[in-house]
Design a protein around this ligand. Structure first.
Ligand SMILES: *Cc1c(COP(=O)(O)O)cnc(C)c1O
Length: 232
C-alpha cells in the first residue's frame, strides 16, 4: 500500500514539475511520519526516501534513536523553547522558527553542541488566527535579528496553508510566500539563504510545486489517514 501511495505521489510531483518546467531534483519530498510506527517508516525508507518530518519533539527523538540508519529528520511542528535541547543534535532542519526568543534558545543550545543549526522561518501567509508563524509584514525584521546569531542559519521560509477543499484556493498563499522570499533574498542579508520554500501538504502539494516549493511535506498521501488516540 505504502509503495503504491509513494509511486502516486512521485508521479504527481513529476507532473507538477513538468507543468512549470522545473527540475524534479529541485523538490524534496518529506515523508511526514507523525503518529506512524517505525515499521511503516522502514517501508518508506526501502523506497529510497531519507527525509522524514515529525511535529513532536519526543516522537522525533524516539524514532531517531530507534532507527539506526542516518536519516534527515525535519521538525515541522511548533517548538517550545524548553524542548529545543532534546532535538538540537538530531534535526537536520527546523521548519517552525517564528520568534526571536525561540531562535535565541536554538542558538544557545546549538552553541553547546558546537553545531550550526539550519532553520526555516514559519510565516502565517494566510493570516489564520489559530496558526503559529510570523506575519508577512514582520518577517524581514525578524530575519534581520536572527541573522545576527552565530549558531543558527536561516535557509528559507515555510508555511502551513489552510485546509481547503479546493487546493487552488491556496495558490495565492504559496505565491505570496514565494514573493516574500524573493524580496528577502534581494536584501542580501549576511548569513541568510532563501533557497528553501517548504510549502504544500497532501491536499495541495502539486499547486505548491507549481508555485515554487522546494520541499513538500506529505503525510496522509504516503502513510494513509492518521488515527489520533486518547492522550493526543
Ligand atoms: C501533519 C503535517 C503535514 C502533513 O499533512 P498531510 O495532510 O497528512 O500531508 C505537513 N506539515 C505539517 C506542519 C504537519 O503538521
Amino acid at each position: 500500500m505504502i509503495k503504491d501511495n509513494l509511486r502516486e505521489v512521485e508521479e504527481r510531483i513529476q507532473s507538477a514539475c513538468e507543468r512549470v518546467e522545473r527540475n524534479r531534483r529541485d523538490v524534496t519530498l518529506i515523508a511526514v511520519s507523525k503518529t506512524k510506527p517505525i515499521s511503516m517508516i522502514e517501508e518508506v525508507m526501502k523506497e529510497g526516501i531519507i527525509d522524514f518530518g515529525e511535529n513532536k519533539v519526543q516522537e522525533l527523538n524516539q524514532k531517531c534513536e530507534e532507527i539506526k540508519t542516518e536519516l534527515n529528520w525535519h521538525l515541522i511542528g511548533h517548538l517550545q523553547r524548553n524542548k529545543v535541547k532534546y532535538i538540537i543534535d538530531k534535526v537536520s532542519l527546523i521548519h517552525s522558527v517564528d520568534s526571536l526568543r525561540l531562535a535565541i534558545q536554538i542558538d544557545e543550545e546549538a552553541k553547546k553542541v558546537n553545531r550550526i543549526v539550519p532553520v526555516l522561518i514559519e510565516v502565517n501567509v494566510a493570516k489564520e488566527e489559530t496558526k503559529y508563524g510570523v506575519a508577512v509584514e514582520d518577517t524581514l525584521s525578524l530575519i534581520e535579528e536572527i541573522s545576527k546569531l552565530n549558531y543558527i542559519k536561516i535557509k528559507g521560509l515555510m508555511t502551513i496553508a489552510p485546509y481547503v477543499e479546493n487546493p487552488e484556493e491556496n495558490r495565492e498563499h504559496f505565491r505570496n510566500l514565494r514573493k516574500l522570499s524573493v524580496d528577502i533574498k534581494s536584501k542580501n542579508i549576511d548569513n541568510v539563504d532563501m533557497d528553501i520554500l517548504s510549502m504544500g501538504m497532501t491536499n495541495d502539494y502539486q499547486v505548491a510545486i507549481e508555485e515554487g516549493a522546494t520541499m513538500v511535506r506529505v503525510g496522509t498521501g504516503i502513510f494513509g489517514e492518521r488515527e489520533y488516540n486518547k492522550g493526543e
